[in-house]
Design a protein around this ligand. Structure first.
Ligand code: SAH
Length: 450
C-alpha cells in the first residue's frame, strides 16, 4: 500500500479521537477520517507508516444507520467536535466501548462499564471558551478554533457547543482589535499582543468573565474595551487580562489583572457557591459535573471518615464530600485554585475542609507521615493520570475506598492496573461531560481487598 491508493476497508472500531479503524489486506491498522464502526468505505490513503496508515473516506459503500448530517460547516476541519456526523445515542455507545476497550487491554480486568450517562444538554453546554487569535488568510484578524492537529486558526461564524453570548463577545473583541490595530500574537515569531480570548459563564448565576491572554503588560485603549464589553448587556461581571509572555503553548500565564470587577465570577454547584478565578480549573459542563460528583459521593460512607480529595481544584468535590465525611483534606497544585478553595470554604461556612497547595504525590506522603490517614481517597487527576509514587503510597497506606474520576480512560486504566494489586474494581461508568467531542469522563470505584 502507498500514498494516494484507494482501497476498500471494513471499519471495525473507533479511535480515541473519533476516527474509524480498520485493517488493510496485510493486517496493517488504518485510521480513517469520517468513517464509523460498522461501515465499509473506499478509503484514500494519505500516509503510510510501518504498522499503521492514515486515510480519509472517499466513498461510503455501506453507511451506518446512525449517520446524520453534520450541523456545523467546519465540522470536518475543526479540532473541537469528533461526532457531529452520528447520532448522540451512537456516540454514547462508542464512548462506553472506548472505556471497555481500555479496561480489557490496559487494566486487564473483566469488569465492564455501565452505560455512559448522557448529558441533558448537547448544545451550548460549554461554560468556558478559549478562542485563539490570529491573522486570517485575508489579512484580517480571526478568533476561531484550531484546525485538527494543527495550530492554524480557522474562522467559525458560530459554534454549536458554545453559548451564544461567547460568540457575541468574541466578535466584539475582533472588531475592537481591528479598530485599534492591536496585533494578534504570532507563535512562531513570538511577536504581537493578543494570544487568546478567554470566556467563562456561571451556569446557575449567568455571570460572565471575559478576558484576553496577552503577550505584554497592558492593553491599549483598555477603558474603551471595558465600556464596549459592558454595553453588550450580557451580564459581564469580570473583565481580566491574563499575562503570558512565555514562548509556550500553555495558554494561561501566571498573572491575572481585573480591568473591571474582580478576578472571579461566582457559580453554584451541588448547592454550594463558588468563586472561580481565571486560572482555576472548573468543569466545563456544570449540570453534568454535578451529576458526576453526586455519583462519586454515593460511594462514600456517612459519618466518621477522613477523606482526601486529591487534585481538588477550587474544592467543588470537597464541598460535596463535606456533607458525609468527618474531615476532608483537599490537595491541589495550582495556587490560584487553592486560594479560591479557601475563599469558597468561608463562603459556604464549611469547617471540616482543609486545603493544601502542593503536588498530590508529595502532600499525601506528608499527611500520612504526620499521622493523618485517609479512610477514603478521591482522585481526579489531569489527562496524564496519577504520579506512580502516589499510587505506591496508596498501595502501602491502604485506604478502604478509592473513587477515581478521570478525563482520560487510558491513564485511568493504567492506574487501575497498578491499584489492582490491593484493590477490587467494583464499579465503572462513563459520564458524558463533553457531548459531540471525543472526550468522556469516567468514574471508577475501587475497594480494598479483604
Ligand atoms: N477536582 C477538580 C479539579 C479536577 S482537574 C474539579 O472537579 O473541578 C485536575 C486538577 O489537578 C487541576 O486543578 C490541576 O491544577 C490539578 N493538578 C494537576 N497536577 C497536579 C498534581 N500533581 N498534584 C495536585 N494537583 C494537580
Amino acid at each position: 500500500m502507498k500514498k494516494n491508493d484507494i482501497i476498500k476497508i471494513k471499519i471495525t472500531d473507533m479511535s480515541f479521537d473519533g476516527q474509524g479503524i480498520g485493517r488493510d489486506e496485510s493486517g496493517r491498522v488504518v485510521f480513517v477520517q469520517n468513517a464509523v464502526s460498522g461501515e465499509e468505505a473506499e478509503v484514500k490513503i494519505l500516509k503510510v507508516l510501518k504498522n499503521t496508515a492514515y486515510g480519509k473516506t472517499q466513498r461510503l459503500i455501506s453507511p451506518s444507520e446512525s449517520r446524520i448530517e453534520p450541523d456545523c460547516p467546519i465540522f470536518h476541519k475543526c479540532g473541537g467536535c469528533a461526532y457531529r456526523h452520528i447520532t448522540y445515542e451512537k456516540e454514547l455507545e462508542f464512548k462506553t466501548a472506548q472505556i471497555n476497550n481500555v479496561l480489557k487491554s490496559i487494566a486487564k480486568t473483566d469488569v465492564r462499564a455501565k452505560d455512559t450517562i448522557p448529558s441533558d444538554f448537547t448544545e451550548g453546554y460549554r461554560n468556558k471558551a478559549l478562542f485563539p487569535v490570529s491573522y486570517g488568510e485575508n489579512g484580517k484578524i480571526v478568533a476561531g478554533f484550531y484546525r485538527k492537529r494543527s495550530h492554524s486558526v480557522i474562522p467559525c461564524e458560530n459554534c454549536v457547543i458554545t453559548p451564544a453570548e461567547f460568540i457575541k463577545i468574541r466578535d466584539f473583541v475582533v472588531d475592537f482589535l481591528e479598530k485599534h490595530s492591536i496585533e494578534p500574537y504570532d507563535e512562531k515569531a513570538h511577536k504581537g499582543l493578543v494570544r487568546h480570548i478567554f470566556l467563562r459563564k456561571g451556569f446557575h448565576t449567568g455571570e460572565i468573565m471575559a478576558g484576553l491572554v496577552i503577550n505584554g503588560n497592558t492593553l491599549p485603549c483598555d477603558s474603551e474595551f471595558v465600556s464596549g464589553l459592558l454595553s453588550l448587556n450580557l451580564n459581564v461581571k469580570s473583565i481580566v487580562l491574563n499575562i503570558n509572555k512565555s514562548k509556550t503553548n500553555v495558554i494561561l500565564g501566571e498573572k491575572t489583572f481585573a480591568l473591571y470587577g474582580e478576578n472571579y465570577i461566582e457559580d453554584a454547584m451541588n448547592g454550594s457557591l463558588f468563586k472561580i478565578s481565571c486560572q482555576s480549573f472548573y468543569q466545563v459542563n456544570t449540570p453534568q459535573a454535578e451529576r458526576l460528583y453526586e455519583e462519586a459521593i454515593s460511594f462514600v460512607d456517612e459519618g466518621n471518615d477522613t477523606v482526601f480529595d486529591l487534585y481538588c481544584g477550587i474544592g467543588t468535590i470537597s464541598h460535596c464530600l463535606s456533607r458525609k465525611a468527618k474531615k476532608v483534606y483537599g490537595v491541589e497544585s495550582c495556587e490560584p485554585a487553592v486560594k479560591d478553595a479557601n475563599k469558597n470554604k468561608i463562603l459556604n461556612k464549611k469547617d471540616n475542609l482543609e486545603f493544601i497547595c502542593d503536588l498530590a504525590e508529595n502532600a499525601v506522603f506528608k499527611l500520612i507521615k504526620s499521622g493523618i490517614i485517609p479512610d477514603t481517597v478521591v482522585l481526579d487527576p489531569p489527562r496524564s493520570g496519577c504520579d506512580k509514587t502516589l499510587i505506591e503510597t496508596l498501595l502501602k497506606t491502604k485506604p478502604k475506598k478509592i473513587i477515581y474520576i478521570s478525563c482520560n480512560p487510558a491513564t485511568l486504566a493504567r492506574d487501575i492496573f497498578l491499584l489492582k494489586e490491593e484493590y477490587r474494581l467494583s464499579f465503572v461508568r462513563g459520564v458524558d461531560l463533553f457531548p459531540r467531542t471525543a472526550h468522556v469522563e469516567t468514574i471508577a470505584f475501587l475497594e480494598l481487598e479483604k
